[in-house]
Ligand binder design. Structure first.
Ligand code: NAD
Length: 312
């Protein structure tokens, strides 16, 4: 399969590497020129489960789409705020049979993608794979993961199942989901609590979870996500979802980790995806007449921190 990875940072690099190793014809597109130049010159360098791997993958700069590539599949892996620019850049590479798969964290990306591609070609999902960028051209990939995905247009279930099977052939462990919006909202509750709170408080998930107000704060935020989800016919059980978030706390699981927003903002002074997580709940809350004071305050505080750190 000819697969275009649109956004080849940490996650795009992981998927590009695994799909290339699975025998697919992979092309990367990325907007970070230094990263593009490094991959062109030295290949994609990965610490892949402790082993040094170099993969020679073709890559185009987002600002200079200069090679023809008739993609069967586009996998979107920009940060949420980069998605619109990426869709505009890769437009010439999308044809009427190109499937588009969006695995970004956050809510409502289909609204952006739909402006460029008919609904029938769009598949959305989420992933438990992880990845980290060490520097331009270099990634660290560790552990296992999975993907859940679903077609957006009714009647395209078979295409979604075939897409999941094709990804699984490269070891990506993808499954068709009957209710992807539920999974996306549920995962967004983890990002919508752990990301912003641990970033602002400058703590790992375990240390946050051990504080006495943690459960009240998480419950209040999850209740806002749940109320907005219900307005979209997605039923999220607040207590069950709070329990799901709290699975992040044990040190023997992922409790000692700082969420990626912490690394992006506090360490690297990069802008965050908050507008597409808690901020999306605020916007949808306004639309449906649902109060979302916790999500609003968290979004405002993260933007304040972005300004204070002059994040780019
Ligand atoms: P990333 O930040 O590694 O890459 C996204 C884009 O930002 C790429 O185009 C990359 O080249 C660019 N970029 C990265 N560092 C840069 C720098 N210092 N200067 C300029 N540009 C830079 O993002 P990611 O972690 O691959 O995440 C992509 C999407 O997947 C997001 O929606 C994220 O929330 C989601 N996600 C990430 C993980 C993870 O473990 N990283 C897991 C699940 C979902």
């Amino acid at each position: 399969m000819k697969i275009l990875i649109a956004g080849a940072g940490a996650m795009g690099s992981r998927f590009g590497l695994m799909l290339h190793q699975g025998g697919n014809d992979v092309m990367l597109v990325d907007g970070w020129q230094e990263h593009v130049d490094q991959i062109k010159e030295h290949g994609l360098q990965a610490d892949y489960n402790g082993e040094d791997v170099v993969v020679d993958l073709p890559i185009m700069a987002q600002s200079n789409i200069d090679q023809p590539f008739a993609a069967d599949l586009v996998i979107l892996f920009t940060k949420a705020m980069q998605l619109e620019g990426m869709m505009q850049a890769i437009r010439p590479l999308i044809h009427e049979k190109t499937n588009i798969l969006c695995l970004l964290n956050g809510i409502g990306h289909e609204d952006t993608i739909e402006k460029y591609v008919p609904l029938e070609q769009i598949f959305i999902g989420n992933t438990m794979w992880t990845a980290g960028l060490v520097g331009p051209g270099k990634v660290k990939l560790f552990g296992d993961g999975s993907i859940e995905l679903q077609n957006l247009a009714p009647g395209h279930e078979t295409n979604a199942k075939e897409l999941a099977a094709a990804l699984s052939e490269s070891g990506l462990n993808a499954k068709y989901s009957e209710n992807i919006h539920y999974s996306i909202y549920r995962k967004a509750c983890v990002n919508g609590t752990m990301n912003g709170l641990c970033t602002l408080l400058d703590v790992n998930m375990h240390n946050f979870g051990m504080t006495s107000p943690a459960r009240d704060i998480v419950t209040a935020i999850v209740a806002e996500f749940s109320a907005v989800a219900a307005a979209e016919n997605v039923q999220l059980d607040v207590a069950e979802t709070v329990g799901y978030v709290e699975q992040c706390y044990p040190t023997e699981k992922i409790g000692l980790h700082y969420p990626s927003m912490h690394q992006d903002l506090i360490k690297d002074h990069r802008l965050t995806e908050i507008d597409y997580i808690n901020g999306a709940i605020v916007r949808k809350g306004e639309k449906y007449g649902i109060a979302t004071p916790y999500c609003r305050f968290l979004t405002q505080l993260i933007h304040t921190k972005e300004e204070l750190l002059d994040a780019k």
